[in-house]
Ligand binder design. Structure first.
Ligand SMILES: Cc1cc2nc3c(=O)[nH]c(=O)nc-3n(C[C@H](O)[C@H](O)[C@H](O)COP(=O)(O)OP(=O)(O)OC[C@H]3O[C@@H](n4cnc5c(N)ncnc54)[C@H](O)[C@@H]3O)c2cc1C
Length: 418
């Protein structure tokens, strides 16, 4: 028997950015929610995330963005430069957010800032609880779910949101299979200070072993995501900050002048994962528990936030209608609502990455042709840019533009937080 104070409508396993956002959106809908995470120091994550307009809109409406804005830099222009040196080269392409009627495509922010702010905001919500613990197992049946914690305590809920990352224990407990693959690539991540201003432009150099991407941060600073062969990444990571800065200047053709690399960098092996179902047996997967994609085109966490927003919306609707919020109907609706977005974006990122790595000339030609279409002007370019970078189709309600940028409580299934 689970004590009354340990009963919630929803338990979220995992307090990374996707899980915390899901918990906030669910609490904002008026349900009780507990987030369980061992709460490691967020500063251990050296990555930044380029969050697209719809993601920021959600965070603003959840009362999170006002505390993030000063530490985020707008991405006003995106530039792709073919640096493969191959015979079949793609034209350089540059997009301006103004082409699709936006001031910025998105904002770049350190994950540590975002996670710390989300944790603080959870603490302010009366119906949300942050529990410092590790989930060790879950029991699932027709009546509900029981989540077991490492200290022996148990939490009961109608739905478990599994946001416990790529090795998700909850996903396994729900019996959800995954497809997994790896790439012969790794990413080096570091922060830079530079001599010349970035002018709000994010630049992606496409090399033969993956992209080298400079993403603006506030001031004359940028974050770097450098994808290359694992051996090369290991070599660069072992350099002194001065040695690494020299390599970065060479690789970026001194686009930002002299650079100074942060004292520490981080490296990640690239892999992919896709769950065969996004929800089953009272467990809904969000973020990297559902999908892992290479860090190309800044899609990963944006997808994770759309998962978070969508599960909150479907659960809120079921709650309003007096239906079982962890039942088969909710699981099926969530799976259907997320499938096209996840599969199409993961597929596009995988294809782009493989066309870069491939020595197969027709594949290189395909990439060049695609970028040639994008380098033109007109409705096709605008459509691809809008749906690729700032999608509107199938967005959860909390991410949709409202009148101006304001939001009315009536436009959401639940009371606005802001
Ligand atoms: C180099 C790089 C650059 C990237 N850049 C971008 C970008 O610009 N834009 C973008 O959108 N995405 C980007 N991404 C992707 C993005 O970083 C990830 O999608 C995101 O961090 C995943 O968040 P998450 O909450 O799903 O998972 P995680 O951050 O992995 O969180 C999982 C949480 O679950 C907890 N947990 C695990 N097991 C348990 C358990 N048993 N019990 C309790 N808690 C548990 C962990 O403690 C952790 O807090 C990038 C990725 C990489 C590698």
């Amino acid at each position: 028997m689970v004590a009354a104070e340990n009963r919630f409508d929803v338990v979220v396993a995992g307090g990374g950015p996707a899980g915390l956002s899901a918990a906030l959106a669910i609490a904002a809908a008026g349900l009780t929610v507990a987030v369980v995470d061992p709460l490691a120091d967020p500063a251990r994550d050296r990555r930044t995330s380029a969050l697209m307009v719809a993601s920021v809109r959600m965070l603003r409406r959840l009362g999170v963005w006002s505390d993030c804005a000063a530490e985020a830099a707008p991405l006003e222009r995106l530039r792709i430069i073919d640096d493969t040196g191959r015979l079949v080269r793609a034209p350089s392409v540059e997009f301006a957010a103004s082409e699709i009627g936006e001031a910025a495509f998105g904002w770049n922010i350190h994950n540590r800032v975002l996670v710390a702010t989300l944790r603080r905001r959870i603490g302010e919500m009366p119906s949300a609880h942050l529990i410092v613990a590790t989930v060790t197992g879950i029991e699932l049946d027709a009546d509900g779910a029981v989540v077991r914690l490492a200290d022996g305590s148990r939490l009961a809920a109608a739905l478990v949101v599994a946001a416990d990352g790529r090795r998700s224990l909850c996903r396994r407990a729900a019996g959800i299979a995954v497809d997994e693959w790896s790439y012969d690539q790794a990413a080096l991540v570091t922060d830079l200070e530079h001599e010349r201003p970035h002018c709000g432009v994010s630049t992606e150099f496409h090399g033969c072993n993956g992209p080298f991407t400079l993403v603006p941060l506030p001031g004359d600073r940028s974050s770097l995501v450098w994808v290359d062969r694992p051996r090369a990444v290991e070599t660069f990571a072992a350099l002194s900050p001065e040695g690494l800065a020299g390599e970065i200047e060479r690789r970026s053709h001194r686009l930002l002048g002299r650079v100074r690399a942060a004292a520490r960098c981080a490296t990640y092996r690239l892999s992919g994962l896709n769950a065969r179902r996004y929800a089953a047996r009272r467990v809904a997967l969000v973020g990297e528990a559902a999908h892992v994609i290479p860090p190309i085109g800044a899609q990963g966490l944006n997808l994770g936030l759309r998962d978070a927003a969508m599960i909150a919306e479907i659960v809120a609707d079921a709650f309003e209608a007096g239906r079982d919020i962890g039942g088969e109907e909710v699981c099926t609706a969530y799976d259907a609502a997320r499938r096209i977005d996840i599969v199409s974006r993961a597929g596009a990122v995988d294809l782009l990455n493989r066309t870069l790595l491939s020595d197969f000339v027709p594949l290189q030609a395909l990439r060049a042709a695609g970028l040639r279409v994008l380098s033109g002007i007109g409705p096709i370019r605008r459509l691809i840019v809008r749906e690729g970078i700032a999608p509107t189709h199938g967005l959860p309600r909390i991410m949709r533009p409202a009148d101006g940028d304001g939001m009315t409580a009536g436009s959401l299934p639940y009371a606005a937080v802001e």
